[in-house]
Design a protein around this ligand. Structure first.
Ligand SMILES: Nc1ncnc2c1ncn2[C@@H]1O[C@H](COP(=O)(O)OP(=O)(O)OP(=O)(O)O)[C@@H](O)[C@H]1O
Length: 217
């Protein structure tokens, strides 16, 4: 479970997040929308443990971020989080299988079993026959599906997606969103999708709006 209560973040004395609270149960997938500059990425960075709040509490499966030092936060990110961002950081000098297997390598799992896991995910995103291809051979939509496979391969508890369909055509965007929602629900993970697109937001179980006052349905 992800618990956020009364989260606050200021930049140069200017409050961006004044009091943000939410709760996410296993298997739940929520979309967060809100005007440009309202603090969506700031919130996502805090949830990702990439930034520290000025007040309030964040806890994932009972682990309070405030009790974790930088090394423990890095471990939490590596072991429990999956990231799908628009700049998907697919590494050009690695094959698709190697890109997808990377989160398992980082956890010290290297070998045939890890490769099989990566292939299973590539299959799930419809790219089973492209495991040995290079990223430069892929379309934008295919690349985004590789990013999703990689975000899910280590069975993260929490998946964070920031405008994952930003530069996709409507048909590929719909495929990517369906896939993300299906995988989150099937694995009992939790998902947070930040998006400006009402259509993308509808692929989640519920939609929350971020305003200067906080998060509301
Ligand atoms: N590191 C930082 N230092 C100073 N100000 C920052 C920093 N990060 C974000 N901000 C400010 O906080 C506010 C919220 O930014 P944020 O990127 O979270 O908004 P957003 O809702 O994600 O916007 P968009 O939809 O346009 O991506 C903005 O005014 C931004 O300038």
């Amino acid at each position: 479970m992800l618990e956020i209560s009364d989260l606050q973040r200021r930049f140069d004395g200017r409050p961006v997040l004044r009091s943000v609270s939410m709760r996410l149960e296993p298997g739940e997938y929520v979309a967060i929308t809100g005007e440009s500059g309202v603090g969506k990425s700031t919130l996502l960075n805090l949830i990702a443990g990439l930034d520290r709040p000025d007040g309030g509490r964040l806890a994932l499966d009972g682990a309070d971020y405030g009790d974790l030092d930088e090394d423990s936060l890095t471990r939490l990110r590596r072991d429990k989080l999956g990231f799908v961002f628009q700049a998907f950081h697919i590494l050009p000098h690695l094959t698709l299988r190697q890109n997808v297997v990377l989160p398992l390598w980082l956890k010290g799992r290297k070998g045939p079993q890890a490769d099989r896991e990566a292939d299973r995910l590539l299959d799930a995103v419809g790219l089973a026959d492209r495991a040995d291809s290079w990223p430069r051979e892929l379309s934008g939509g295919e690349m985004q599906r590789v990013a999703i496979a990689r975000a899910l391969v280590h069975a993260p508890r929490l998946i964070l997606a920031d405008e994952p369909t930003g530069n996709l055509d409507p048909s590929n965007a719909a495929k990517v969103l369906t896939l993300l929602a299906e995988r989150i629900r099937a694995s009992g993970a939790m998902g947070i999708l930040v998006t400006h697109s009402p259509e993308a937001a509808r692929s989640a179980d519920r939609v929350l709006h971020l305003t200067p006052e906080g998060l509301s349905a």
